[in-house]
Write a protein that binds this ligand. Structure first.
Ligand SMILES: NC(=O)c1ccc[n+]([C@@H]2O[C@H](COP(=O)([O-])OP(=O)(O)OC[C@H]3O[C@@H](n4cnc5c(N)ncnc54)[C@H](O)[C@@H]3O)[C@@H](O)[C@H]2O)c1
Length: 337
């Protein structure tokens, strides 16, 4: 089902805010909302975590759309009350992403972008008039990294959480903030715990994109650890569907696993990726080598999808092979242009 056909989305245009609108997932969400006739304000500070030019490229379509307005700035510095005043749905994707960079001095950036900014946004939303023409829901982009290493897979939402990276700690703290604003102020909110999202526009620090770009330069693929670590890879359009469905979530607060539906080890995923890289002419061949594991990386992830299926009607629809085919086609077109 296309979530935008839900009665919730039938009133057009709904007035929507997307934070982190220039990022990988945020820009894909904006395009989808605009295509469906909604009115979108996007906030992004074009942080330099990766090349801001790539973010401008992500936003090119949205910026050309008459129903899109960009507010360029940092959530920690903007006058947010003004920015959210007429918004009905807020998708909060702005964050300092990435597990590996969250150690040491950089942690301060994570605290500001992931925790402090979320608290400011919640403060701005808590007194808005609710329902109908007023504010309806906050959908927060959380992460499977809140779980850390777990004794059993797949994980359900209620297991004890032991984040294994400073990044995971900040994502969990922001979830707690959403939950406590829901409990104290009746602010309707949902947290979506994505499991490794991939697809066109994927962040350049993430594995599939890194590997595709390395292949295009004729470099070997350097794999952290033995490659037997497993992931529940989620195609970006499925993550966007989950956001749209969560906007219509009927609970006062809900946290949901958003996974791709197949858990696969990294080496098997990379074999498919290699096939697609060769098929789409990105590189004629690829060699893989192993390197030491990286601190903060969990060994496995795997989502129990039951709650999101039962309460939101979400189930992933793009299998890994299909998703990697689409991503490789996108990358091949980018390289040749
Ligand atoms: N990509 C994944 O696999 C994945 C997995 C789990 C969770 N998430 C979460 O999903 C969200 C989107 O991730 P992504 O991969 O698209 O990341 P991204 O880095 O591409 O997008 C995040 C955007 O937020 C912006 N931003 C950061 N701090 C900001 C601030 N203080 N004010 C305004 N804008 C700010 C950045 O400039 C960037 O454009 C993040 O919250 C991330 O933690 C992503």
């Amino acid at each position: 089902m296309n979530p935008l056909e839900l009665p919730f989305w039938a009133e057009r245009p709904l007035r929507v805010l997307v934070t982190g609108c220039a990022g990988f997932i945020g820009s894909t969400l904006c395009d989808r909302l605009l295509e469906a006739g909604h009115e979108v304000v996007g906030i992004d500070c074009f942080s330099d975590y990766y090349d801001p030019a790539l973010k401008r490229e992500n936003l090119r379509g949205a910026l050309a759309h008459p129903s899109f307005r960009l507010v360029e700035g940092d959530l920690n510095e903007l006058e947010l009350t003004e920015r959210v005043a007429d918004r009905q749905v807020v998708f909060h994707l702005a964050a300092q992403a990435g597990v590996r960079a969250s150690w040491g001095q950089e942690f301060g950036v994570y605290l500001q972008a992931n925790i402090a900014a979320t608290q400011l946004l919640l403060e701005a939303l808590k007194d808005l008039p609710r329902g109908g023409e007023g504010f309806r829901r906050l959908v927060y982009s959380s992460s499977s990294s809140v779980y850390g290493d777990q004794p059993h897979y797949p994980v359900t939402e209620d297991v004890d959480k032991h984040p294994f990276s400073p990044y995971g700690v900040t994502k969990l703290a922001a979830e707690h903030l959403c939950e406590l604003y829901a409990a104290n102020w009746g602010l309707p909110a949902s947290s979506l715990r994505y499991f490794t999202v991939y697809g066109p526009r994927q962040r350049p620090d993430m594995a599939f994109r890194k590997f595709m770009e390395a292949a295009a330069r004729g470099e070997v693929w350097r794999i952290y650890g033995d490659g037997r670590q497993s992931r529940d890879f989620t195609y970006v359009d499925d993550a966007v569907d989950a956001n749209l469905l969560a906007a219509a979530d009927a609970s006062s607060y809900g946290a949901y696993n958003i996974g791709g539906g197949e858990r696969i080890d990294l080496l098997s995923a990379l074999r498919i990726l290699r096939e697609k890289v060769i098929e789409h002419g990105i590189a004629p061949s690829v060699t893989m080598v192993h390197e030491d594991p990286v601190k903060g990386d969990v060994r496995h992830t795997g989502a129990d999808p039951s709650r999101a299926r039962e309460r939101l009607g979400f189930s992933a629809s793009i299998p890994l092979r299909e998703g990697l085919d689409r991503m490789a086609r996108w990358m091949a077109a980018r390289i040749s242009s």
